[in-house]
Design a protein around this ligand. Sequence first.
Ligand SMILES: [Zn+2]
Length: 432
Amino acid sequence: MSAFLLKNASVVCFDPISIEDCDLRIDQGKVVARDKTLIAQENDEIVDCSNKLIFPGIVCAHTHLYSALARGMPAPKQTPTNFHEILKYVWWQLDQALDEETIYWSAIAGGLDAIRSGTTTLIDHHASPKAITNSLSIIKQALSELGLRAALCYEVTDRNGLEGRNLGVKENRDALASSGGLYRALVGGHAAFTLDNTSLKMLADLAKEFNCGVHIHVAEGLLDEEDAPTRYQMSLVERLEKTKVLRPGSILAHCTHFDKEALRIAKMSGCWLVHNPRSNMNNSVGYAKVSDFGPRCALGTDGIGADMFEEAKFAFYKSRDAKTSLSAETVLSLLAGGQHLASEIFDEQLQTLNVGATADLVLFDYPSPTPLSAENFAWHFIFGMSAAQVSSVMVAGRFLLRNGNYQTINPAQAMEKARQATIKLWEKMQQI
Ligand SMILES: [Zn+2]
């Protein structure tokens, strides 16, 4: 593996926010030295980072790579009028049509987007009911060709019968058993309203067995919140608590309709809460009480690409619009939360670029017309920074993007193959 000496950079950390002019030496996938001036060692490749910021790789804490081939797809046969119909007429049509080929190209297309945006870790939530077995291996294969880091899971649900549920659980188990390197697994569940208590307990038991979290949609729409009292005579949070889905490391995506008490219980259980502002706005499901999410919270795209600069801006502007006014520092802390979450899942330092940290990092062109400091960095992030300024991206000491050029894949060829696969996918959707 190559060793690199990154010279003359401004190294940024999101939590606590700091900026330091220094050199970084990267070897064997780790930051092995950090100082004002480092001397190149034999075999070091020197990379001049003058006028560049370097920060730890960004994490998307909730996404669906399987939706990467959805952009521009034909309108659904029936126009959805609520969130449940959006699931029924759009996403549950798409996931039914996925096969091994389109799972692979979805992961490649979504992964290309992540690299270009400086997103080095994807926490993915996958569904392909007609191709469950090996689906996570296929995603892992695609992402390993690109060199991205990911925590994968299969979203178990009861909506495809017991056989579908059991295959989903087995797919999670197989992924957990083969975790390692750049890949980890969590236990995936769709949402409580499509899982009975036996199924929820199966997920919790598997998570306990592998000492990991359950990754599940929670209170995204009112439907999930209303289902628990109607069918189980208890609140959604009580149901998740009773079935032990709430456990340290569980990822609760959305929590749009959780009140303060439900949030308190989720936080007490050591769960991570993930805000997905663009998706929530797109589905008109409401606005989560993000300011009550506490320290274990992060941002996700929910499958709308992997551009976390854009997601952060939406988190900021949505809060302004809703008059809850999250500060830029709070929004940046959501991105820092994603890095902490990834550090926890991988048991590696992915939130800093201190000595000993894993070399997942972004080189960023940012010739600011105004002074930049640790005190105002978060405001620069919201008002001045975008994925367009991502210059180079490294995961575990390997460049995946260098000066704007992909290093591990021919993007034009990959896009062409993805388009060919998409044509078949969309035709298949029309026949469902
Ligand atoms: Zn989701």
